[in-house]
Ligand binder design. Structure first.
Ligand code: PMP
Length: 426
């Protein structure tokens, strides 16, 4: 496109708009905005509901009664399961509730209200700043925005956040109290942190003693292909680096079993954990242990999680590949944007030509395809280049996805042609 004359571009625009109007006439209603599992995926976990019946033994391994109060840290079997998923030690894990996002919010809230390691609670400080690798997960940024922290963008490289930037900032400024990380199959780019990035993260020397790495391992076992990417164990690396208090790790089974009705966990070292429990024990008498035992019995051996995730992958893989193929077919030759083909996780990131993402999302919406709003993967919803679009292919059936992908590429081309026309006209 960039080599076309103004006239050629105008003709192309007209032709694309006629395709676009054909789509509009179809009255589509497709939602590609959130990374939700499809019904077919949810059905994979239905046996979970049959695991317990009126005759089931409701006590767990060490005799704890799951139907009664108690066992603040979660049942031992569930600690083992979540430790398996997070690649850490069971005794580092607290299994709490149904949502890892909730655990992250609570962890930030504890730093805010009570402070970490005897430091001043963040609510008493003039200002608190937070590092946000971008693009990132919008709900992370919503938490730190809600607490009124200043968010600082950190660029993402192919192997994780730019650690030169992270190291420089945390060493120089003690108002920086945390960083959001999704270390494996990141949301939205599907990036896997390299060993070097994990080690440098564990070896950070922050000016603030109460700086914490929020290690959201949401996609730890969510591989799309046979090759299962591995990352270093952050808790172990922090111990090795003599930095054991640095990290809180999180995960859940939301995208393994039932989204919002699975089990979630936080893992950290002994000191952080004892501090956490001081608040947790006031907050609740204990979480839902019946759901924990259901999960632990369903995933009784090590291989069962892997096998289960392969079934998810079988459903998800064709969806990802369809979107990527459509982008290659329609957008490669006109050199309209670029995209990352992830090896796991839930998203495809499309990098549109600068200044066109909002227009693409608006065009798609008017043709009945709802995408994640442009800007959403950035703090304050501000994408400095207006170019990143997060595509979530999991939810719709493949026939609908095919239509959505077709609409998307027409919209992307229109927005790019319009941009070139504007540039030539100036
Ligand atoms: N972290 C990331 C990176 C996610 O993408 C999601 C879900 N989209 C969550 C956390 C939410 O997890 P949960 O359901 O355990 O609250």
């Amino acid at each position: 496109y960039s080599e076309m004359s103004l006239q050629e571009l105008e003709a192309e625009k007209e032709q694309l708009f006629s395709q676009y109007k054909d789509w509009q006439r179809k009255g589509l209603k497709l939602d590609m905005s959130r990374g939700k599992p499809s019904t077919e995926q949810l059905n994979l976990s239905m046996p979970l509901l049959d695991i317990l019946d009126g005759k089931s033994l409701m006590k767990c391994m060490n005799g704890v009664e799951t139907r009664n109060y108690g066992q603040l840290e979660g049942i031992v079997e569930a600690q083992h399961l979540m430790a398996e998923i997070m690649d850490c030690q069971p005794e580092q894990v607290i299994v709490g509730g149904n949502s890892s996002l909730n655990l992250m919010f609570d962890a930030v809230a504890r730093g805010y209200m009570f402070g970490f390691g005897g430091c001043t609670p963040w609510c008493k400080l003039e200002r608190v700043r937070w590092l946000c690798p971008v693009p990132g997960y919008d709900r992370h940024f919503a938490i730190t925005q809600h607490f009124g922290f200043d968010m600082i963008n950190v660029p993402m490289n192919e192997d994780g956040p730019d650690m030169d930037v992270v190291e420089g900032l945390v060493a120089a400024d003690d108002s920086i109290k945390g960083i959001w990380c999704v270390p494996k199959y990141s949301n939205p780019q599907g990036i896997v942190y390299s060993d070097e990035v994990v080690r440098r993260m564990a070896n950070l020397k922050p000016a603030a003693k109460d700086f914490r790495v929020f290690w959201d391992n949401a996609y730890a076992v969510h591989h799309l292909y046979k090759e299962k990417k591995k990352i270093l164990n952050i808790l172990h690396e922090c111990e090795e680096a003599d930095n054991p208090d640095l990290v809180f790790e999180f995960a859940s089974t939301s995208k393994i079993t039932f989204a919002g009705a699975g089990i979630a966990a936080i893992a950290c070292n002994h000191r952080n954990r004892e501090e956490l429990k001081k608040t947790l024990t006031v907050q609740t008498i204990g979480f839902d242990k019946v759901n924990m035992i259901r999960h632990a019995r369903y995933f009784a051996d090590v291989e069962s999680v892997d096998k289960h995730m392969e079934k998810h992958a079988k459903i998800l893989r064709p969806k990802f590949e369809l979107v990527i193929k459509t982008m290659e077919r329609d957008l490669a030759e006109p050199e309209c944007g670029s995209w990352i083909s992830p090896k796991g996780g839930y998203f495809i990131t499309f990098e549109a030509p600068k200044g066109t993402a909002t227009r693409i999302v608006d065009l798609a919406k008017e043709a009945g395809v709802v995408l994640t709003p442009a800007g959403a993967p950035f703090p304050y919803h501000m994408d400095p280049n207006d170019s990143i679009i997060r595509f979530a292919p999991s939810l719709p059936p493949i026939e609908e996805l095919e239509q959505a992908a077709d609409v998307f590429t027409v919209c992307a081309r229109i927005a790019y042609v319009e941009k070139l026309i504007n540039m030539k006209a100036v």
